[in-house]
Design a protein around this ligand. Structure first.
Ligand code: GDP
Ligand code: IMO
Ligand code: MG
Length: 429
């Protein structure tokens, strides 16, 4: 039975939530394998909007949902998100949600440090979501993290708290802040522990069973490949690996578990936060894309920066993640444009190049080379068949496929679950 891995192939917010929701109805298990509640995935089902940050999108369809060890977990955010969903009539129980017992926790001290660093960096700030993601991953690799399994032994963890607090107190002192209030931290963790423990499991073991039963696993990536800590626009990235390869380490399955890798690609480009963005439009066209596409962050409500489609970037991210096929989203947002541009290469210091260089200095100096294609009359909004699309829109899609050297598996034409043109069902392969 094939598995499917969904990853963002740009800077996040490509519309992963909608596509994962569609696929979740055809999967037995949905697994988050990296990131945390910096993600904001929107699902629109029958007019109702669900916004998920930490919970796998399968929770809305009632599919078994798993938070893998590669995720950094804020227990209070988990509780709030579950309460919010229950308010929308979605029940979340240990039957349909499991959390890896080896997941590192995001603590209030991580969120505070994220804020202190960003405030101190001034113009050089990353523009993080302020959720404490970076500091929590740092503590994981620094071997200072408190993990889900530790919630069962809080009063015997003194040496671990020592290691954690020695480190954080030194940093906080540097920012002129008070040391960690250890008693408060312990009290807060003690209070939230039973809630999280209900869901804690050795997830790798459960996934192994699921796999041997021949069940279909859907891996739900967060962020996008251009935010990957190795392959993205470093240092303006998130602190996890967002490429498809992370499925293995972030869930506890082997490297052959990923199956069909579906890259989610917006028909234009957006980015939230700081960092290079070669095709950014700071004019009325960018404004129009933002308004038509409702480009405001799901998590922070920040305005997203908008620009033309960058085929160089997407060709690179598809290669980096071994993308089998893409889901092209938000085509309808381009309705009504007289002409549309696609970036096909860059000029750097007078030379033409065909990839994103690793250096931040060079990334900031890139000048896009565009080709222009005619827009289309009428609307693509709500189209569910190729026959519903204007000929020029099909031409745009075909040109993208050619430039990114990867086939289109589906096209999304509105936020609604069923407004999708399906070319190839990833689960049917
Ligand atoms: P994610 O982080 O990749 O899941 O994406 P977000 O949910 O943060 O942002 C994508 C936004 O676009 C959401 O508001 C979706 O409801 C919306 N969306 C998804 N697909 C389409 C589409 O094909 N057309 C339009 N107009 N909106 C879409
Ligand atoms: P989804 O899953 C878009 C960005 C932040 C910032 C950088 C680092 O909804 O696509 P962090 O808080 O992770 O340390 O911030 O990464 N970022 C996202 N941008 N979509 C996301 O998630 C993002 N998650 C983080 O804006 O630039
Ligand atoms: Mg999002």
């Amino acid at each position: 039975m094939p598995n499917v891995t969904v990853i963002g192939a740009q800077w996040g917010d490509e519309g992963k939530g909608k596509i994962v929701d569609w696929l979740a109805a055809r999967a037995d298990v949905v697994v988050r394998f990296q990131g945390g509640h910096n993600a904001g995935h929107t699902l629109v089902v029958g007019g109702t909007t669900y916004k998920l940050s930490l919970l796998p999108s399968g929770i809305v369809t009632g599919t078994l949902s798993i938070i893998g060890n590669g995720v950094v977990l804020d227990p209070w955010a988990l509780r709030e998100e579950i309460a919010r969903l229950e308010g929308q009539g979605i029940s979340v129980t240990p039957e349909n949600l499991m959390v890896a017992d080896n997941c590192p926790l995001i603590l209030p001290l991580h969120r505070e440090l994220d804020g202190m660093r960003e405030a101190a960096a001034g113009k050089g700030k990353i523009g993080t979501t302020g959720r404490g993601i970076g500091p929590a991953y740092e503590d994981k690799v620094g071997r200072r993290a408190i993990r889900v399994c530790d919630l069962a032994h809080l009063f015997t963890l003194d040496p671990m708290f020592d290691r954690l607090c020695v480190h954080h107190d030194a940093l906080r002192a540097g920012f002129g802040e008070a040391p960690v209030d250890r008693a408060q931290l312990l009290a807060d963790l003690t209070e939230v522990a039973p809630f999280v423990q209900r869901f804690a499991q050795p997830v790798w073991k459960r996934l192994r069973e699921v796999r041997s039963e021949g069940s279909r696993i859907l891996f739900e990536g967060a962020q996008g490949v251009l935010l990957d800590v190795d392959h993205g626009t470093y240092p303006f990235v998130t602190s996890s690996n967002t490429v498809s390869g992370t499925v293995a380490s972030g869930s506890g399955l082997g490297p052959n578990a990923a199956g069909f890798v579906l890259g989610i690609v917006k028909a234009y480009t957006t980015r939230v936060g700081s960092g290079p963005f070669p095709t950014e439009l700071e004019d009325e066209i960018g404004q129009r894309l933002g308004e038509r596409g409702r480009e405001f962050g799901t998590v922070t409500a920040r305005k997203r920066r908008c620009g033309w489609f960058d085929a160089v970037l997407v060709r690179q991210t598809c290669a980096l993640s071994g993308v089998t096929g893409i889901a092209l989203t938000k085509l309808d947002v381009l309705d009504g444009f007289e002409t549309i541009r696609i970036c096909t290469g860059y000029r750097l210091n007078g030379r033409e190049i065909d990839h994103l260089p690793a250096s931040a200095v060079e990334q900031a100096a890139l000048e896009p080379i565009y080709e222009e294609i005619e827009g289309w009359p009428g609307t693509t909004c709500g189209a569910r068949r190729w026959a519903d699309l204007p000929a020029q829109a099909i031409k745009y899609i075909r040109r993208i496929e050619e430039l990114i050297e990867t086939p289109v598996a589906s096209v999304s034409t509105s936020p609604e679950r069923d407004d999708t043109i399906l070319v190839r069902n990833p689960f049917a392969d």
